[in-house]
Design a protein around this ligand. Structure first.
Ligand SMILES: [Fe+2]
Length: 287
């Protein structure tokens, strides 16, 4: 449970809701560039993280490569990269339509839509993705925008509706991702764990979630089903707290692994959507 003490939870909730942005432009920050920080850039980004666990930055200097992604992330204490299956050797992935290499079998590397999730929901507890930097180098001809929501707001809304939803989502057997088995054998075992977990050491909430219908096994009880339905309605509510944004070249989303989805997109002639993405086991401390 986030804040076992009811009074401290009440205070935290009120402060969080009061500061949460009503419009996505409240999260936008202009900076020098990924490797050319200017005075105040870091503070403005951290202020957005403090409000919503995310910031959308726009670089005046648009130059980007994988080394720049790592250098930028390091400014925020993000050092331990998740070297996952489809990342390059340095741990930074290039999200673009892939037709030939092993990325081709995965939806993020296609032009299809992605349903709501947090990154690395199939990782075990020791490899939780705490923060993500997503940087746009090239935009598609159309589509490819993201809905985004701070998991702390999802937690508050669920708790407001029924505290039993939180209990269900904190159950250690709430959500199971079956093993990833390919022609070469099992490349990841089945992973079982909670949706919400709370780390008392740094007072941070972690959310592990996927709205995929296939390849997810949910705990089969009424409270879990009701919590999932409530969350699905919250994420679909156009008048709710969900924000929407389409990253343009030179812009990026730095977040403590917030909930997000992606619409399908269409590349144009000579215009192939390309986003750099780095996932970290570290979290941005904005306190
Ligand atoms: Fe993602």
């Amino acid at each position: 449970m986030l804040h076992e003490n009811k009074a401290s939870y009440r205070d935290w909730r009120a402060a969080k809701l009061a500061r949460y942005p009503q419009r996505v432009d409240e999260l936008q920050v202009e900076i020098g560039g990924l490797t050319s920080f200017e005075p105040g850039d870091k503070g403005r980004i951290l202020e957005c993280l403090g409000r919503a666990n995310m910031a959308i930055y726009t670089c005046r200097d648009r130059s980007v490569d994988r080394a720049a992604m790592r250098a930028f992330s390091a400014h925020f204490g993000l050092l331990r990269l998740d070297h996952h299956l489809c990342a390059n050797d340095d741990g930074v992935a290039e999200l673009t339509v892939a037709t030939e290499d092993r990325r081709a079998g995965y939806v993020p590397y296609s032009d299809r839509s992605l349903s709501w999730h947090t990154d690395g929901y199939y990782n075990d507890e020791s490899r939780r993705v705490q923060a993500v930097v997503l940087h746009c180098a090239q935009v598609a001809a159309s589509g490819g925008d993201n809905d985004i929501l701070d998991p702390e707001i999802a937690y508050i809304k669920l708790h407001d509706a029924d505290p039993a939803f939180i209990t269900a989502f904190e159950h250690p057997e709430c959500m199971t991702i079956p093993a990833n088995v390919t022609d070469q054998g099992e490349i990841r075992p089945a992973i079982t764990g909670p949706v919400f977990s709370y780390d008392k050491r740094n007072e941070s909430l972690h959310m592990r979630f996927s709205a995929r219908k296939k390849n997810i096994r949910w705990r089969d009880d009424a409270a879990t089903t009701a919590a999932r339905e409530y969350l699905a309605n919250l994420l679909a509510d156009e008048n709710g707290p969900v924000l929407n944004y389409r990253l343009l070249p030179g812009q990026g989303l730095l977040s403590n692994n917030v909930l997000h989805n992606r619409t399908a997109f269409i590349d144009g002639p000579g215009q192939k959507r390309l986003l750099y993405r780095a996932r970290f086991f570290d979290r941005v401390d904005s306190s």
